[in-house]
Unconditional design. Structure first.
Lengths: 130, 290
């Protein structure tokens, strides 16, 4: 029996990625990292800033996301996100820009605890990429 | 009858107008293809989002305490209407169709004695509405600077709407936009985004999901995103419609200009011939009288 399932990543502009031969996906779910294998129970969760790792037979791909929703059903994994970058293609200065933006936001006085937590997380993840 | 010179000038001016409309048509056609592609590419996201929300709202056990964005405030006294139009003119009935639809809705609401607030997106809609409903317009947004429709802009509108909703400024939010069907048909749409219309879909599975964290938190997170997504979808449809509408309007204008040139040319030739005949008659009758 094959251990593969289908993953689809869509952002508002287009369908970002669609793969059929995926064996495992690790997503940064809100309550911690979550690995999804074939025949996982149907689940809906949302993402915090982090790295999505997609393992397929031939290779492994990494993406950086800032937010999003994951839905897994009938061995179809859909990831909806408004900001996603392929780590192989992203440039160093883009990461720097993102860090700067996030730090600015984190230093705003009116920020509430929850968004501060998320922004800090973002900074941490971005810094680890460098 | 106009003199030969005048006719000549008119023909030249109609011809140059035709050149302009033709060029605009070409540009619109090129832009249309891209806008249409974008609109089609954007559909999976909003559809998926809708599906997830439908699944979620079905799974909610406690309907009473559902988030306000989903269930509404329980009143329908204040209506917020987001009218989405273009920033540029010369696109046929595109803007007027939306405005017409919006105006009929406005008068219906006002007749029922309810309060009306308007947000206009795009300067053309603002121009047309401010004469009659100027005091109702609370915000006017225009994205003249952004070349393409992007999610960031939609998110700005969405966040503003949500902020106003959270502040209790309105009960019901409705967006007006043109849905792109094909180049000649665009259908003005009225869509209610707050509270969310729970259209029953047949293909809803009653399969249960596992939620992480719980339903409420996901819904609270998801609903604001959905608003931005719906607005983004409307913007994409709108931009495709605008280009389509402009293309067919400019096509008509080019054709009309062509007809006009033909008519004027015939008139020009006739009067030229008439002048020649007149001169000939004068010469001949002059010769005869000798």
């Amino acid at each position: 029996m094959s251990e593969e399932f289908k993953v689809e990543i869509v952002n508002p502009e287009k369908s970002f990625l669609s793969k059929e031969d995926v064996t495992e996906v690790v997503v940064p779910a809100f309550e911690g990292e979550m690995g999804i294998l074939k025949d996982h129970i149907s689940i809906i969760s949302f993402l915090k800033p982090g790295i999505i790792i997609i393992h397929s037979k031939s290779k492994q791909e990494k993406f950086y996301v800032e937010d999003g929703i994951v839905e897994f059903k009938n061995n179809n994994l859909s990831i909806l996100t408004s900001s996603i970058f392929n780590l192989n293609e992203i440039e160093k200065n883009k990461i720097q820009d993102l860090i700067k933006l996030a730090e600015e936001e984190s230093n705003k006085p009116e920020i509430n605890d929850q968004s501060k937590y998320i922004v800090d997380q973002k900074i941490e993840v971005l810094k680890s990429l460098n | 009858m106009a003199s030969l010179d005048d006719l000549k000038k008119r023909i030249a001016s109609v011809k140059s107008t035709q050149k302009i409309t033709k060029a605009m048509k070409m540009v619109a056609a090129a832009k249309l293809r891209r806008a249409q592609e974008n609109a089609e590419k954007g559909r999976p996201y909003s559809e998926k989002m809708n599906n997830v929300i439908l699944n979620l709202s079905n799974g909610i056990s406690d309907k009473e305490n559902a988030p306000k964005l989903l269930s509404g405030t329980g009143n329908d006294n204040v209506h917020l209407c987001v009218v989405m139009t273009s920033d540029r003119g010369l696109c046929g009935g595109f803007n007027s169709n939306i405005i017409k639809k919006a105006k009929s809705y406005f008068s219906k609401i006002l007749n029922e004695g309810k309060e009306l607030k308007i947000i206009t997106v795009g300067s053309k809609g603002n121009d047309q509405l401010k004469r009659v409903y100027g005091d109702k317009i609370i915000e006017n947004i225009s994205f003249k600077e952004s070349k393409n429709v992007n999610y960031f802009d939609a998110d700005k509108v969405g966040k503003m709407v949500i902020k106003k909703f959270a502040a209790g400024e309105f009960d019901i939010c409705i967006i007006f936009y043109n849905q792109f069907k094909n180049v000649i048909t665009q259908i003005p749409q009225v869509q209610q985004i707050i509270p969310l219309n729970n259209e029953q879909d047949e293909n809803i599975s009653d399969e249960s999901y596992e939620f992480e964290p719980d339903e409420d938190e996901i819904l609270n997170n998801l609903l604001p995103k959905n608003i931005s997504t719906q607005i983004f979808k409307a913007m994409l449809e709108n931009s495709a419609s605008e280009q389509g509408s402009r293309m067919s309007a400019m096509d008509n204008a080019t054709r009309n200009a062509g007809e006009m040139v033909d008519k004027l040319t015939i008139e020009y030739n006739r009067s030229r011939q008439a002048a020649i005949t007149k001169e000939l008659i004068e010469i001949i009758s002059g010769a005869e009288s000798l």
